[in-house]
Design a protein around this ligand. Sequence first.
Ligand SMILES: [Zn+2]
Length: 160
Amino acid sequence: MEHYAHLALAYGLACWLPPFSKMNGRRRFLWALLANLCDLIDYYILAPMISPSGLVPALLPNTWPWRHRSFTHTIWFALALALLVRAFLPRWRDSLSFLALTLASHYVPDMLTAPVPLFMPFCPPLGPFPPAKHIAGHTALFVGAVLTVLKLRVRRDEES
Ligand SMILES: [Zn+2]
């Protein structure tokens, strides 16, 4: 699914999910970006090492756990990331909020579009779950935009 759809959904959810809902827009955007770290690693770190351009040979094989939607799309990666971000968030419940943000904005929409190895190596990849496949990206983008606009509207009403 497209990066911007994941990001829009993460930002929209973060508008309502504490502690991100209490942050300013720039910090909330950074947390929404971090909630989609799995694809950023896949596309910008692993993919160039799997299929490099030019004369450099491939540094990694295009197989599990290196290719797109491999170890970065497991629940273990999401849990490890939630533990790591505890260093930047004041309470454990904030880390759980971050885990929920990651799962809701990235893993679930991904599962609608293609298999996700959520419990690998213990369970085969889950999904896709048609007929949502072709509309998941647009739906995520739309829901994220609606949540963001609603939050702006509520804030404006509170200020007036
Ligand atoms: Zn993904």
